[in-house]
Design a protein around this ligand. Structure first.
Ligand code: 5GP
Length: 210
């Protein structure tokens, strides 16, 4: 049989690549996926709900969680802190659920290191816009961010894009429906990998002498 442990999918992208919308749609298409809610010191944007989009906290609280070893990965992104709860992720994976992490490239690196050492199938997916021009346009079209924030995000985008080689898959988000299809295909394919078969199950079930 398939292993009882879930897969861990990391999705990273420069802001403006369309990752958030892709992840939202993914929930509808593959309903049995779990999404990890991160902790952050960033202020909530209009419409964001505490505990749903993020768990919002101040820097002192965040630093206390770092000191207590509660994060499996954390990073400073665009001047704010973001982190993933170790316990929440491990509970979901051990409960057999596939988990999606929408995190930055620094977090992706830490996840690969930690979960590879613990024999959890971790798959890193990088989302790119079709061009730098598109990225700029998409960022400027967002009403919620100030000019200052947009400038900072554009500068960070080039640094993030440099990291694409550390990822297993690259999805170019030009035509949204196509990008979504690629994402779904990756998730379904990863579920069928040989390494997801429990050790000894094939031998026991099919290869035992009569
Ligand atoms: P935003 O502030 O636009 O929601 O997110 C900014 C960036 O932080 C995005 O690239 C997002 O993927 C990343 N991010 C969100 N949560 C986490 C997290 O828990 N850990 C890390 N390393 N990055 C995160």
């Amino acid at each position: 049989m398939r292993q009882k442990k879930g897969n861990l999918f990391v999705i990273s992208a420069p802001s403006g690549a369309g990752k958030t919308t892709l992840c939202q749609k993914l929930r509808e298409v593959i309903p049995d996926l779990k999404f990890s809610v991160s902790y952050t010191t960033r202020k909530p944007r209009t419409g964001e709900i505490d505990g749903v989009h993020y768990i919002f906290m101040d820097e002192d609280e965040f630093r206390a969680m770092i000191a207590d070893g509660e994060f499996v990965e954390w990073a400073q992104v665009h001047g704010n802190f973001y982190g993933t709860s170790k316990k929440r992720i491990e509970d979901m994976i051990n409960g057999g659920f596939d988990v999606i992490l929408d995190i930055d490239v620094q977090g992706g690196r830490q996840i690969r290191e930690h979960f590879s050492a613990n024999n959890i199938n971790n798959i890193l997916i990088f989302v790119l816009p079709p061009s730098m021009d598109t990225l700029k346009k998409r960022l400027k079209g967002r009403m919620s961010d100030s000019d200052e924030v947009i400038k900072k995000r554009l500068k960070n985008a080039t640094e993030e894009i440099r990291e694409y080689k550390n990822y297993d898959y690259v999805i170019i988000n030009d035509v949204f429906e196509d990008a979504l299809k690629e994402m779904v295909a990756i998730i379904i394919a990863e579920r069928a990998r040989t390494l997801k078969i429990e050790e000894g199950w094939v031998e026991e079930t099919f290869l035992k002498p009569e």
